[in-house]
Design a protein around this ligand. Structure first.
Ligand code: PGA
Length: 246
């Protein structure tokens, strides 16, 4: 099995019920040559999945590590699944920075998500200071080792490399920098997991129509996790098309 190709949209804390119309506009861009997943704010998961747009799957942006309990404001993985989600983003740098999530937290959440039948999109990425300090590959390996649980398989796990300094900034790493990190991720996964060579690896951070094809041509890039450019169909559709053609 070769890694599957995935265009994943991360709406973050953007969008409302009216924004679901973007899915209708996107429907024409989806042709089965790559998987398309949109991760809206949790309140929109059920209405989005209920629209049942063929070829568009729905994901959460976080889940709790426990199955249920006294955890005000949190959501269990099974609740996301019940609402129609098939995927969940875990360990996004905004969650790591704003909510103090550690690698161990991310790993525990991933176990819960897998138990609930969700595919996890586990994020790793260095800060600008870490890159400038020459620590990128070590940071990535450490985050991967700590954030990806032993129960990960090519079926239930997708890895997203998102340099923190490239998120929402319009800046992207060079092709060589992306290739270097993706090669490291592939090597680490292949060493640890029998099917590590088949896990899909996404690049994320300022992906847009203008740079998508170039990024998808890089070795071991199997798709993208897209923030800002996933909010509007006119921006996301050409990214999906570029991945389908890659
Ligand atoms: P961006 O966000 O595409 O807006 O840079 C990517 C992400 O944070 O997943």
């Amino acid at each position: 099995m070769a890694p599957r190709k995935i265009a994943a949209g991360n709406w973050k804390m953007n969008g409302d019920l009216a924004a679901l119309a973007q899915l209708d506009a996107l429907a024409g861009a989806v042709d089965g040559r790559c998987q398309v997943v949109i991760c809206p704010p949790a309140l929109l998961i059920h209405p989005m999945s209920s629209k049942s747009v063929p070829g568009i799957e729905v994901g959460g942006q976080d889940c709790h590590a426990k199955a249920s309990g006294a955890n005000t404001g949190d959501l269990a993985a099974a609740q996301l699944r019940d609402a129609g989600a098939t995927h969940v983003i875990l360990g996004h740098s905004e969650r790591r920075a704003d909510h103090g999530e550690t690698d161990a937290d991310v790993s525990a959440k991933a176990v819960a998500a897998h138990q609930a039948g969700l595919v996890t999109i586990i994020c790793v990425g260095e800060t600008e200071g870490q890159r400038d300090g020459g620590d990128t590959l070590q940071v990535i390996s450490q985050q991967l080792a700590g954030s990806v649980p032993d129960c990960a398989t090519a079926e239930n796990t997708v890895i997203a490399y998102e340099p923190v300094w490239a998120i929402g900034t319009g800046r992207t790493p060079t092709d060589d920098q992306i290739a270097e990190v993706h090669a490291r991720i592939r090597a680490d996964l292949s060493k640890r997991f029998a099917d590590g060579a088949d896990m899909a690896l996404l690049y994320g951070g300022s992906v847009k129509a203008a740079n998508a094809a170039q990024i998808f041509a890089i070795a071991d890039v199997n798709g993208a996790l897209v923030g800002g450019a996933s909010l509007k169909a006119e921006d996301f559709a050409p990214i999906i098309a570029a991945l389908a053609a890659a």
